[in-house]
Write a protein that binds this ligand. Structure first.
Ligand code: URA
Length: 201
């Protein structure tokens, strides 16, 4: 059994938050265990809770389309959420739930070791982009720390419901291949100083 599968078993036993009582299935995440790109959404919705899989409802279908726009299938990336249980009534995650669940996401990041972490929406962005700037300022920008690129995008569900965000999320997705190419050149060049563009800092 892979280390990630063992982690899923541990996550399935977690009952730290009240919402664990009401879940149908826990939604740890899925995808390539050695993915270069890790997408992190917010929390499971109704469809995800039923199936135990991330992004399988309308927002997930849109995410699949966005991935197809850069010639990727969901099996080639890894998709997870900030929290692993569905918040009752699809409310926003509570700070305590984000805090309790953080350890699982950290373990996933350690095991997958992605080159790019793409945050989908403001909850995921807040975990990796410290500061008070809003997503309308940060989306489409990247920061590099410890050889990992953090890249912020709007949440696909937000873009589905607000026509004005459609263009932004689609344009932001199209920048991912060149970000990935930059991480490859960094890996190849090893210690040489790099000038990365598209970085918002
Ligand atoms: N929205 C999310 O943030 N995650 C999912 O898995 C589904 C919808």
């Amino acid at each position: 059994m892979s280390a990630l599968s063992e982690l899923y078993e541990e996550i399935a036993l977690c009952r730290q938050c009240e919402i664990a009582k009401y879940r149908t299935k826990v939604v740890p995440g899925e995808g390539a265990e050695d993915a270069d790109i890790l997408f992190i959404g917010e929390a499971p919705g109704w469809h995800e809770d039923q199936q135990g899989r991330p992004f399988v409802g309308p927002a997930g279908l849109y995410l699949d389309e966005l991935l197809a726009s850069i010639n990727l299938k969901r099996e080639q990336v890894y998709i997870a959420n900030v929290i692993k249980c569905r918040p009752t009534g699809n409310r926003d995650p509570l700070p305590s739930e984000i805090h309790n669940c953080r350890k699982w996401l950290e373990r996933q990041i350690e095991l997958i070791h992605p080159r790019i972490i793409v945050t989908l929406g403001r909850y995921s962005m807040a975990m990796f982009f410290p500061g008070k700037k809003s997503i309308s300022k940060i989306h489409g920008t990247a920061q590099k720390r410890d050889n990992v690129i953090y890249y912020a995008m709007y949440h696909p569900a937000a873009a589905l419901h607000q026509q004005s965000l459609h263009q932004a999320i689609e344009t932001d997705m199209l920048k991912i291949p060149s970000l990935l190419a930059q991480t490859e050149s960094v890996a190849e060049a090893k210690q040489q100083p790099q000038q990365l563009n598209m970085f918002g800092d």
